[in-house]
Design a protein around this ligand. Structure first.
Ligand code: UD1
Ligand code: CA
Length: 452
């Protein structure tokens, strides 16, 4: 039987934030979500989350996940004190307890598998994860012999000068035999620089204690401040970009682009500099994105081109061209071959195949049939001050430059709207609609004779 406990009760003082540390976001997911995700594939029987500082907020953020047992630690008197809170909920539990620090988010899933396997094969009372860090400042140091037997862990601030030279670092990730840990947890003392109960002190009380050293030190990066948060973000971004390059995506300037875990690319996509992909975003085969795009929770089919534009919560079918300087948002849906040009905003609208809106338009709450040509400056006036209304434009219609369509309004198919019109009434199929004052031209009478 396997139980997992994530330590997530601390305040994270060094972040200087109103947000609990474990809720800080990293490449689109919070630290605690990432830590939970790193052990999900182990299918633990129990998942316990130790919460304390802003406990309700942390619990609420994880509501959707399900299957979590929240254990309250109040006050927060150290990592050992945190794990002591499990004595009641895990009373009588037989098996391993995997303890994960809630602020160590870069673990690879395979690493925890390896840790568990090593623990089971060695029959140790505890197996902990370590790495050799070039600069282990702030981390606990692990003292182990050549056979890998661990005699103890000393926190950085409690180390002597000589002990600090040891670069074998505690990751804050442990696999315990729960019954053995439970027996020593009550023996912890606060005899250290911080006056807290340290989980790390249990290691010297457990026998045998062994460790698994990971080769990539980035995996055990802990996050205590904003600098470490940014460093972890950089590591994650690099991993994501490398992954997608290996899958056939080209980046002309990879370091200038950011991705989310939920981004998916097809083959032969070209990503130009300064492009950012967020949320659940899907980019089809052969798309060309950028430079200068933000694409969030959107789905692009094959062969789409986007240039200097923002797309959110939108879907774009094959071979559309978007931008430069366009915005699609909140349920914009483009069918195949649309062309959305500069300074055009599309919101909560469906555009049929081959629609062209090339310049300076707002299409909000609108349904456009195939091949509608939206003249420069066409606006759907969708808001009457209280409610939003829809505009419907039939297939093949053309709106002249500077048309205002006051919704609710329906234009039939093959309608032509004269430039400069403000329309408030429906227009039947095939009609030509004017809604503007007639031009008046008056000859001017000569009022004075030219100077001589
Ligand atoms: C801890 C380890 C250190 C290790 C490092 C790895 C101890 C004493 N030290 O140090 O050896 O190298 O992690 O990153 O364990 N927490 C609680 N309740 C508390 C205190 C903390 O739940 O009362 C949680 C925090 O929310 C955090 C985790 O435990 O997620 C680690 O706490 P933190 O204070 O960051 O420990 P470190 O000083 O980094
Ligand atoms: Ca930490």
């Amino acid at each position: 039987m396997l139980a997992v406990a994530v330590l997530a009760a601390g305040k994270g003082t060094r972040m200087k934030s109103d947000l609990p540390k474990v809720l800080q976001p990293l490449a689109g997911a919070t630290l605690v979500e990432r830590v939970l995700a790193s052990c999900r594939h182990l299918a633990p029987e129990r998942q316990l989350l130790i919460v304390g500082h802003q406990a309700e907020r942390v619990e609420r953020s994880l509501e959707a996940l399900g299957g979590l047992e929240f254990v309250l630690q109040q006050p927060q008197n150290g990592t050992g004190h945190a794990v002591q809170q499990l004595l009641a909920p895990l009373a009588g539990f037989q098996g391993e307890l995997l303890v994960l620090n809630g602020d160590v988010p870069l673990l690879r899933p395979g690493t925890l598998e390896e840790l568990l396997a090593k623990h089971r094969n060695s029959g140790a009372a505890v197996t902990l994860l370590t790495a050799r860090l070039a600069d282990p400042t702030g981390y606990g140091r692990v003292f182990a012999d050549e056979q890998g037997r661990v005699s103890g862990i000393v926190e950085h601030r409690d180390c002597s000068e000589e002990q600090r030279r040891n670069t074998l670092t505690n990751a804050g990730i442990y696999c315990f035999d729960w019954a053995k840990l439970a027996a020593v947890l009550p023996l912890l003392s606060t005899d250290n620089d911080q006056g807290e109960l340290y989980l790390t002190d249990t290691v010297a009380m457990l026998n045998p204690a062994v460790h698994l050293e990971v080769s990539d030190p980035d995996e055990i990066n802990g996050i205590n401040d904003r600098l470490q948060l940014a460093q972890c973000e950089a590591v994650l971004q690099e991993r994501l970009r490398r992954h997608w390059m290996a899958e056939g995506v080209s980046f002309t300037d990879p370091a200038s682009c950011t991705l989310s875990e939920g981004t998916r690319f097809g083959r032969d996509v070209l990503v130009e500099p300064q492009c950012h992909f967020r949320g659940a975003t899907q980019i089809g085969n052969g798309c060309r994105i950028g430079p200068g795009c933000l694409i969030e929770n959107s789905s692009l089919a094959d062969g789409v081109e986007v240039l200097y534009s923002v797309l959110r919560e939108s879907t774009v079918a094959t071979d559309c061209v978007v931008g430069p300087y366009a915005q699609l948002r909140n349920g914009a849906h483009l069918e195949a071959g649309c062309r959305i040009g500069n300074f055009v905003e599309v919101k909560n609208s469906r555009l049929g195949a081959g629609v062209k809106a090339n310049h300076l338009s707002y299409l909000g709450d609108a349904d456009l049939g195939a091949k509608v040509n939206v003249g420069a400056g066409t606006i759907t006036a969708n808001f009457d001050g209280v409610h939003k209304h829809r505009t419907v434009i039939g297939a093949g219609s053309k709106t002249g430059a500077n048309s205002v369509l006051v919704a609710p309004i329906t234009l039939g198919a093959e309608v032509t709207v004269a430039a400069g019109s403000t329309l408030t009434q429906n227009v039947p199929d095939g009609a030509l609609a004017f809604g503007r004052a007639r031009q008046v031209v008056k000859e001017r009478r000569q009022t004075s004779s030219p100077a001589s």
